[in-house]
Design a protein around this ligand. Structure first.
Ligand SMILES: Cc1cc2nc3c(=O)[nH]c(=O)nc-3n(C[C@H](O)[C@H](O)[C@H](O)COP(=O)(O)O)c2cc1C
Length: 224
């Protein structure tokens, strides 16, 4: 039997190391190799029916960061100091009959032509009947947005495992962020909207408070 003790300890250490970093050391840059691994953690993340309804905008441009900071109250310290700043976009209208849905089925999942119709129907049933996502554009967008949070979580954990700090960010004005991105030519609003953000870098100082979490007993219920 393989002994996973070291890996288990590394994993627990990473979860305890990670905290929502407010200010990064602006002088410390993440290496290209390390940041590539963080992006891979996002790209390789699972998504419902394998739709990958995301796009990762890595915003390094200082002026654009400043414009985004003005509409992101929760990222005041992170925008100017993060080594790398990622805006995760989620897809709108990611239905199986859309151009994007067809691209995923044909070119990514390699569904054979004679199976396409059957797959489209199955996915329409799943999205429309099981999850009621065709109720509103917002419901369909929020479903895509949920998938982006899986990528987000994996990116944060991957970063922590290689000693990189991070902060997930939801403290922004959605409409205003979309406007900034659109004005900069970075957002196709027909097909995307901002979902969530993540800042990466190296902490400027140790966290001010200890990690606070409820106990397992409070959040886990076993059903035997
Ligand atoms: C989806 C999400 C959005 C968050 N948005 C912000 C934010 O805008 N600004 C911020 O400083 N922290 C943000 N946080 C960090 C949380 O406040 C933090 O994770 C929580 O208080 C627990 O602290 P810890 O991560 O340091 O253990 C966010 C966390 C998550 C998961």
């Amino acid at each position: 039997m393989i002994n996973h003790a070291t890996k288990k300890q590394e994993l627990m250490d990473a979860f305890n190391f990670r905290h929502a970093t407010k200010t990064f050391d602006p002088a410390k840059k993440i290496s290209e190799e390390d940041f590539h691994i963080i992006l891979e953690a996002g790209r390789l993340s699972p998504s419902s029916i394998g739709y990958e309804p995301w796009k990762f905008l890595v915003v390094q441009n200082r002026e654009i960061r400043e414009k985004l900071r003005e509409v992101s109250s929760g990222a005041q310290g992170q925008f100017p100091t993060a080594s790398h700043f990622v805006i995760i976009l989620a897809r709108k209208n990611a239905t199986p009959e859309s151009d994007y849905g067809q691209h995923i089925l044909k070119n990514v999942k390699k569904v054979p032509d004679d199976k396409m119709e059957q797959m489209v129907k199955a996915y329409q049933h799943f999205q429309g009947v099981n999850l009621n996502l065709y109720e509103s554009e917002r419901a369909l967008f929020d479903w895509a947005s949920k998938q982006t949070y899986i990528a987000l979580g994996n990116m944060l954990t991957a970063a922590a495992l290689i000693g990189i700090d991070s902060c997930p960010i939801e403290g922004f004005h959605m409409e205003k962020v979309n406007e900034v991105l659109e004005n900069e030519g970075l957002l196709d609003r027909e097909n995307f909207s901002v979902s969530v953000m993540a800042a990466f870098g190296y902490r400027a100082e140790e966290p001010h408070r200890e990690k606070s979490r409820q106990s397992q007993d409070e959040v886990v219920q076993w059903v035997d």
